[in-house]
Design a protein around this ligand. Structure first.
Ligand code: O2Y
Ligand code: MN
Length: 595
């Protein structure tokens, strides 16, 4: 029986039920009892292991199918009537054809399973920036993760009333025959049957065949970025792949920073950083997504639409991110880690070594040739468990953003930090943000991977229109627009040594940004924009060689000129959709370098 009086919702749930033919339907209420029941179901199905409560209270470990370990960008579609609306960076399919294919897959796909209906709020329930979604899924793993990552339950339905919601249909794509059970085998469909489909014209998400992460927890990348970015364009707000943090200076002034980095560039670490600077305090509001709206005072206010962290486990340690380690001490879900002999989890580059365990594929494991945890092994943990979570992280009003930061991972050329000289210049910096190809694809002649505003896999519409939206937001914000900066924590010397210590010391760069906003610190003008002189950075207590500091702040004009061809190639890829204001920025940038 539906607990909702929303006739559109009830009709949609009934339509889906008739198509997917589950054994039963359960409406989720978001209670702890429900969470515990999901875990019990999965322990009984051999899919979850309860961790040793003395080591990791109320926590569970899962192993996914080796074919279902990460987002599948090749199988992700933006489905619009006209191909131009998906733009040159997205996979496109016509809604009619994609729906026909997917209906064929959905037909009877939940046989032998329970269909769960999850009402969830992205953002504090009732916030004027928040949105309500309803996910239908046949995965109890998804239900449990959605409990942590979003606000689930009856209160959401009360707030929804007869209003609008975003329907999110998900199936793992593995119906069960009568009497058949999962028996410890992670249910999913083969890669060629996986589809992660977005229909921005009707704010609709259909996902089929994967039970993992961003493919399956539809509130996250699908709703909060792809669909929300398209809604933001239509409605005049912004959905961005950005962490949010608050820095408070010794005088008590609060600065709110929203920073966009491509996946796996340390967003969670920066979101939870602890400054080594006397009198400065940092608090985390979110580690992955920011929704921002211009409010009555003309400033841009941000909320974190999520309620938890879905972080990469390998590399997370008390050295790299103590606050994340403390956030996952209990009530957490782990996926594709090593299970240790004492019933805990482990991954590469944790604080202590592990001599023996069961690896992410379920095999007896010792350190050696193969890693124990998958490179994209994950933890899911409630944001409220973060020791430095900001008291305003659930403020429905959001927090006013002072600073935007873009960045990428570059071992060469790009210096530590530079500041845009205008909003349009900042939009250009974000739009041309780039990382080097990873070691796996290392090839000196290969091009940079451009990742505009870290949204390449997440922009739910034409990226040229997205840039235009950024320009127009700047027009509306005027002199209340956040200042824009670009950072690169990853520059290396010719000998391959990191030039900048990174981690908590990145707060020194954030301090310079805050002082720039206040007009209290110096800078020099370069062709890239404003940059700190060495003496403009607070380096108290830091040992860094003078030569390294000079190198990390050096602008090598010849090297930047050497990248003009790559920049032209990137603009050519966006082609006819590049806004005029972006073309002007490209021309001015080249001119500043004398080219
Ligand atoms: O592999 C996945 O499905 C997770 S991807 C992800 C998860 C949390 C935060 N960011 C990302 C990302 O890819 O940007
Ligand atoms: Mn992300």
């Amino acid at each position: 029986m539906s607990p909702s009086k929303n006739s559109k919702l009830n009709a949609w749930v009934e339509e889906v039920r008739a198509m997917v033919q589950p054994d039963k339907v359960e409406w989720c209420d978001g209670t702890t009892a429900e969470y515990d029941r999901m875990m019990q179901v999965m322990v009984e199905a051999g899919l979850a292991t309860k961790l040793n409560p003395a080591k990791r209270p109320n926590s569970y470990h899962f192993r996914s199918d080796p074919s279902d370990v990460a987002r599948v960008e090749d199988r992700t579609y933006i489905s619009t009537t006209n191909k131009r609306d998906a733009g040159p960076t997205n996979n496109w399919a016509s809604p009619k054809e994609l729906k026909e294919t997917m209906r064929g897959l959905y037909n009877g796909c939940m046989k032998g399973r329970t269909m769960y209906v999850i009402p969830f709020s992205m953002g504090p329930i009732g916030s004027d920036i928040a949105k309500i979604g309803v996910q239908v899924t046949d995965s109890p793993y998804v239900v449990a993760n959605m409990h942590i990552m979003t606000r689930v339950g009856t209160k959401v339905l009360d707030t929804l009333g007869a209003g609008e919601f975003i329907p999110c249909l998900h199936s793992v794509g593995k119906p069960l025959q009568p009497g058949q059970k999962d028996n410890g085998v992670w249910p999913c469909a083969p890669i060629e049957k996986k589809y992660i489909a977005h229909f921005p014209e009707e704010n609709l998400i259909w996902s089929y065949g994967s039970g993992y992460g961003g493919n399956a927890l539809l509130g996250k990348k699908c709703l909060a970025l792809r669909i929300a970015s398209a809604m933001g364009k239509k409605e005049g707000w912004m959905a961005e792949h950005m962490l949010i943090l608050r820095l408070t200076n010794p005088e008590g002034r609060k600065f709110h920073i929203a920073a966009a980095f491509p996946s796996a560039c340390g967003k969670t670490n920066l979101a939870m950083l602890q400054p080594p600077l006397k009198g400065w305090k940092a608090e985390c509001l979110g580690d992955d997504i920011a929704w921002m709206k211009i409010k009555a005072d003309g400033r841009l206010y941000a909320i974190n639409p999520e309620a938890g962290f879905f972080g990469v486990a390998p590399g997370t340690s008390y050295k790299s991110n103590p606050m994340a380690m403390d956030s996952i001490r209990e009530n957490a879900i782990f996926t594709n880690c090593v299970m240790t002999d004492d019933g805990d989890v482990w991954w590469e580059d944790m604080d202590k070594p592990c001599d023996h365990g069961i690896d992410w594929k379920g095999r007896d494991w010792k350190p050696g040739k193969e890693v124990g945890a998958h490179g994209n092994a994950r933890f899911t943990a409630p944001a409220k468990q973060c020791p430095v979570i900001c008291s305003d992280w659930e403020n429905p009003e959001g927090v006013p953003i002072d600073i935007f930061v873009f960045g990428g991972r570059r071992t060469r050329v790009m210096p530590l930090v530079h500041q845009a000289t205008s909003w349009d210049h900042g939009v250009f910096m974000g739009a041309t943000a780039a990382s080097e190809p990873t070691a796996a694809a290392l090839d000196v002649s290969s091009a940079l991977r451009r990742d505009p505003m870290a949204m390449l896999p997440f922009c739910g519409y034409n990226v040229g229109d997205y840039w235009q939206h950024w320009f127009e937001m700047g027009d509306r914000l005027g002199n209340k627009a956040p200042a824009i900066f670009y950072v690169n924590w990853f520059r290396k010397s010719d000998a391959g040594k990191f030039l900048w210590p990174g981690y908590g010391d990145n707060a020194r760069v954030l301090k310079w940004m805050c002082q720039r906003v206040e007009g209290k610190v110096g800078a020099r003008e370069t062709p890239l924009g404003f940059m700190p002189n060495p003496e403009d950075l607070d380096l108290t207590g830091l040992t860094i060689a003078k030569a390294d500091l000079e190198e990390v702040l050096r602008v090598d004009a010849a090297a930047f000129k050497g990248e003009f061809a790559d920049l032209d190639g990137w603009m050519a890829k966006i082609g006819e959709f590049v806004p005029e204001r972006m073309k002007k920025q490209v021309a001015e940038y080249k001119k500043r370098f004398g080219g």
